[in-house]
Structure formats: C-alpha cells, structure tokens
Write a protein that binds this ligand. Structure first.
Ligand SMILES: [Zn+2]
Length: 236
C-alpha cells in the first residue's frame, strides 16, 4: 500500500550499511517510522529527505505500520538553520519536543503546522522568542497549559520576586507564597506572558530564564529531557 503525505523529518538513525531509519511527523498520521534505503551512499538521490528539518511530500510504501520511503518532493529544507549554530539548536529543540511529546500514530496536525511555522520563524527572526512561543503552544496542546495572566491566587501580575508552581503550571506573587513552589522572578513572568499574548518580548535576561523554566516544566510533565533545548540555553 502506498501512502503520500506531507511530513517533517524529526530524526534519522543509521541502519544497516547504507540505510537510515527516519522518524517522520506526517500530516493526518502523526509520528511514524520509515526506512530510507541506500541514503548514506554518496550519490543518493533521497539524501535531502533524510536530513533534519526536511519538510517534504513523502511517498511511502508500507504494510502493518512498516514503511519504506519511495520518493520525496521538497517543500522546504530550512537551509538558514545550518548556517547559525543558535538557530540550529533552537530548531533542533522544536523537532525534539515534537518527537518526545507525540506518541506513535497519534495525529496532531495543529502541532505539525505550528512546528513548520516555528522553523520558518527561526530562519527569519529572533529564534528565542519564536522558540518560547512554540514551547508554550506545544505544552498547551499536550494538556500542560502554563498560565501566565497573573498570580494564580490574587490575579496580580508579578512584580519583583515571586514563585512558580510546577504542579499547577503557574505563578504566585510574593504576597501569596505557596508550599512546593520555587522562586521565579518578574523577568521570567513578563517574558512568558508577552510570548503567550504574541507581544514583543521584554529585553534583558528574561528569555533565558523563561527557557530554563520551560525546560524544567517540560521535563517534570513528560519525564523527558530535551537535550537540544539545554544546548540552546547554554549557547545564549
Ligand atoms: Zn498573589
């Protein structure tokens, strides 16, 4: 049976002498694995289809969930990501988060569209701001909404020092301390609130702090570590 689908290449691992096993995030299908044969040979025509960030129409042959790539036609390879190490790791974090959040075979076209738009945004603009907005929406789609309107108890915006509850996914101001919360400041709060509202992010170190908080929140909710995200945070 043949399957034709738009898909984003999330991950490739070497297989046998010349093949790769691809993890594809496919429209209408979700995450699936497919063998790409002969793709490690120097002159392989489908080399591009086994590269991270490749967004293409893949034609797959398969039965019982085992697929082989027959052909692919490129929509976008996001080449600027290969020329800037910061953009590269920010974009790698997008692929990694999709891979970790999605169970095999569960379709999530909203997340796919968001991931592709995020890769475009990382190519063209501020990768930190784009990545923060993506992480917030991906976490929300997975049922781990992070609440950024104000203190979870009194509703006031954070000013100065405050707290974050990893259990509840939100902030508490300094006047409303809660058990089991961890310190979190105004810069983190204001950055996440602006990202969620689609506003320009405040300058300063808020972006790095917000990314650290998102990394920890992601790890606690999913039990998975996003290594590319850590690498990106180390770089900025
Ligand atoms: Zn409060």
């Amino acid at each position: 049976m043949e399957l034709k689908c738009d898909a984003l290449m999330l991950r490739a691992t070497d297989y046998k002498d010349n093949d790769k096993i691809l993890t594809l995030f496919a429209a209408g299908k979700g995450k699936l694995t497919a063998v790409c044969r002969g793709v490690r040979k120097a002159a392989a025509k489908l080399k591009f289809a086994a590269q991270p960030f490749c967004f293409a129409e893949y034609v797959l042959a398969g039965r019982a969930g085992r697929y082989t790539v027959i052909s692919a036609s490129l929509h976008d390879g996001f080449y600027p990501l290969r020329e800037d190490i910061g953009k590269f790791y920010a974009a790698s974090a997008v692929l990694e988060v999709c891979n970790l959040l999605l169970p095999e075979g569960m379709e999530s076209d909203g997340l796919l569209l968001s991931a592709v738009r995020t890769l475009e945004g990382i190519c063209d603009g501020d990768e930190s701001a784009t990545l923060i907005a993506f992480l917030l929406s991906a976490l929300e789609a997975a049922g781990y909404t992070l609440r950024t309107d104000g203190c979870l108890r009194c509703g006031k915006p954070l000013s100065g020092r405050g707290f974050f509850s990893f259990d509840l996914g939100g902030f508490f101001c300094a006047d409303c301390p809660q058990e089991g919360c961890e310190p979190a400041g105004e810069a983190t709060f204001r950055t996440l609130r602006a990202a969620k509202r689609g506003e320009p992010l405040p300058s300063g170190d808020g972006k790095k702090r917000a990314l650290r908080l998102l990394r920890e929140y992601f790890a606690r909710k999913t039990g998975c570590r996003a290594d590319s995200l850590s690498e990106y945070i180390r770089l900025i």
